[in-house]
Ligand binder design. Sequence first.
Ligand code: ZN
Length: 273
Amino acid sequence: MNVTRKPVHSPSALYLEPLSLVGMDRWLDNCFGQARDQISPHKLPRIFFRADDVAIPDTNILRLMRLFQTYRIPLALAVIPAWMTPDRWTAFQEMDRNSPDLWMWHTHGWRHVNHEPDGKKQEFGPSRMTDMLTSDLENGLKRLARILSDRLTRVFTPPWNRCDDRTMSHLKRLGYVAISRYRNSLPTVPPGIVDIPVNVDLHTRREPIPLDGWHALGLELLQGLVSGQCGVMIHHTRMDDAAFVFLDRLLSRVNKSDWLRPVHLYPPIQFSE
Ligand SMILES: [Zn+2]
């Protein structure tokens, strides 16, 4: 098994033409102001953050974790089991021990490999033989449980945010308590599994024109906040300096907004120091 792979991705177009700091603050004023005007004061929205494709303790993931540490905002880390090794976990452990209350480590598939010959990418999709699919599911959980021990939470984030109904039907048997995909994903979750979708995509956006990307991202964030539960998806492998600056401003805004409740992805209770 090759555990040294490292994906190389370019940032989404919006970060290639980033907003100025003043423009960014205006953008956030506009988005957060509209959200605050639309929410009920009796039901303050929750916000959580999920970082995908975690396993290699490289500069970007450590920079990302330090940013969340600075603002004391919790982060769910979706770990690719086949890429995680005891040595890599040791490298994460210093950060983990410094702020254990901030991190929620959970599984992100098995090898993050696409098995679908056509259509959307999936590791746990309809083209897999059932026994191969379930053994990958079990292998992912067992490997991370062995390496991360009691720091692992039994939440499943499928690669590319999708999996089939056979995968769903095995989650509870394996001891999973929740799944996190993109909003409005199918199939629906079976009884006993909590559905915790994300609804904001910071780094894998496809709009080719930067201004369109900023506009669409603003709408997602606004809709997520107004819906009462805003889940923000992060891909550190695609983050450049501009993406880090924007996330810094976003976390600072979340930190200062007394009408917003930063929570863990799971359990979704308010985070308090
Ligand atoms: Zn992924």
